[in-house]
Design a protein around this ligand. Structure first.
Ligand SMILES: *Cc1c(COP(=O)(O)O)cnc(C)c1O
Length: 418
């Protein structure tokens, strides 16, 4: 192998210099990012660097080491080591407007870790009604126990969102599109209102990643991604990340260290490996998902197809305006209230696995019911017939699109038999 790329020549012994303002397009950055440290020179992938203890030359070096708390400087394993730093650096370079990234042992750890970084007892948190279920549970559980109150709001109703504020509202938890029902909301408007009211806006951007939605550039303060999904991409690693500008990044980092969050170098290497191919995977999945969504929409036994990339899907206009990409995750609702029929369909699928999570190379199907997790939203309650409440979420992987449609077709046939 020849010399490493020029950007791989790091400043000897110094903190990492993230290539801010780089002119490279995101597709190129997926390849070049996270490779500035000395440890990344002359090697394409950073080695898995296992270290809890860093040995110092003498007492003076030990005293010096404690002073700077930043990636690229050894201290102790809880502050990471080269493999984790390379991943965090890559994610920062890919997130326009970010000064740094903190890694967490799961996406949920990132969500709760970030919320704990910005909130204190007595504060009120506004939570989007169609958020990821564990986010809702954290608001109603651990955050409440620590004295943080919450209010859910309908992200499609800007007026109601403004009305939900009080003088104790300190943070807003956003997500785009919403989990399961996939509504895309007007994040720039919601984030602008949050800023005007002096609240911190956090957004769960797992669906789009920084490639599909530049959250900080659209006005959010902290962007959270479950790396378990598209970044890992192979259903074999759990991890989360939170990126932000300088002020909030420092607070995130401090809180994560106090909570003792750290990710293993093995997992960081897997996530970094996944990241390199994320662009091509997302492009394929998006194209395949849209073709399958259109096919589903043409069926008489399907009531609604909830896919941000599909014209007519709730919030599609915001997706077209604000996003630069999609992914393979979307949902559809069956006509008629027959859970047994839905189970026949899901059970008959051969290429789709039945299971949680998404964003891997394999396609998955997940049955869900909307009713139990929506408290505030007019849609979908108004938009759906009472009967049409049995839904299925699909995560489209890298299989051939035609094979996936054929699999769905035979499963629908199994559903409609009898
Ligand atoms: C899966 C998921 C998470 C959590 O990620 P884990 O790594 O499974 O904890 C967070 N947000 C969204 C939208 C998700 O789908």
């Amino acid at each position: 192998m020849g010399r490493g790329p020029r950007h791989a020549q790091g400043k000897r012994g110094g903190a990492l210099k993230v290539g801010k303002g780089s002119k490279q397009s995101p597709g190129t950055k997926l390849v070049t990012s996270g490779r500035s440290g000395d440890f990344a020179s002359h090697v394409v992938n950073p080695p898995v660097w296992r270290a809890s203890t860093h040995l110092y030359k003498d007492c003076a070096a030990l005293r010096e080491g404690v002073k700077s708390n930043e990636d690229g400087r050894f201290f102790y394993g809880r502050r990471g080591a080269p493999t984790q730093w390379a991943l965090a650096e890559a994610l920062t370079e890919l997130e326009p407007g970010a000064a740094g990234t903190v890694l967490y042992p799961s996406g949920v750890a990132a969500l709760v870790g970030a919320l704990m970084a910005v909130l204190r007892s007595g504060d009120v948190l506004l939570v989007q009604d169609n958020c990821y279920d564990p986010t809702r549970n954290a608001a109603m559980g651990i955050l409440k126990r620590y004295g943080v109150a919450h209010r859910f709001f309908d992200p499609l109703n800007i007026e109601a969102f403004e009305d939900a504020y009080c003088d104790k509202t300190k943070a807003v938890m956003l997500e785009n599109p919403g989990s399961l029902t996939m509504e895309v909301c007007d994040i720039p408007a919601l984030a602008r209102i949050a800023r005007e009211k002096g609240a911190v806006s956090l957004v769960d951007n797992t669906w789009a990643t920084s490639l599909g939605f530049a959250a900080l550039e659209h006005g959010c303060d902290i962007v959270i991604t479950a790396l378990t999904k598209h970044v890992g991409g192979h259903s074999d690693v759990m991890m989360g990340a939170a990126s932000a500008g300088d002020k909030w990044h420092r607070r995130l980092r401090q809180t994560a260290q106090q909570l003792g969050h750290v990710v293993s170098p093995d997992d960081a290497a897997l996530a970094l490996r996944g990241l390199r191919t994320m662009g091509v995977r997302l492009r394929h999945e998006t194209e395949s998902a849209l073709a399958i969504a259109e096919w589903l929409q043409s069926r008489d036994d399907v009531a609604h197809v909830l896919c941000p990339m599909l014209p007519g899907s709730p919030g599609h206009e915001f997706w077209r305006r604000d996003f630069t990409g999609g992914c393979g995750l979307f949902s559809f609702v069956l006509k008629g209230g027959d859970d047994a029929a839905r189970c026949r369909l899901v059970d008959a699928l051969e290429l789709f696995g039945i299971g949680y999570s998404w964003g891997g190379f394999e396609s998955l199907a997940l049955p869900f019911d909307v009713e139990p997790v929506r408290a505030k939203m007019a849609w979908p309650k108004a938009g759906w017939g009472v009967e049409d409440r049995f839904a299925i979420r699909l995560s489209i992987g890298l299989e051939d699109t035609g094979d996936l449609i054929a699999d769905l077709e035979q499963a629908f046939a199994a559903m409609n038999e009898r």
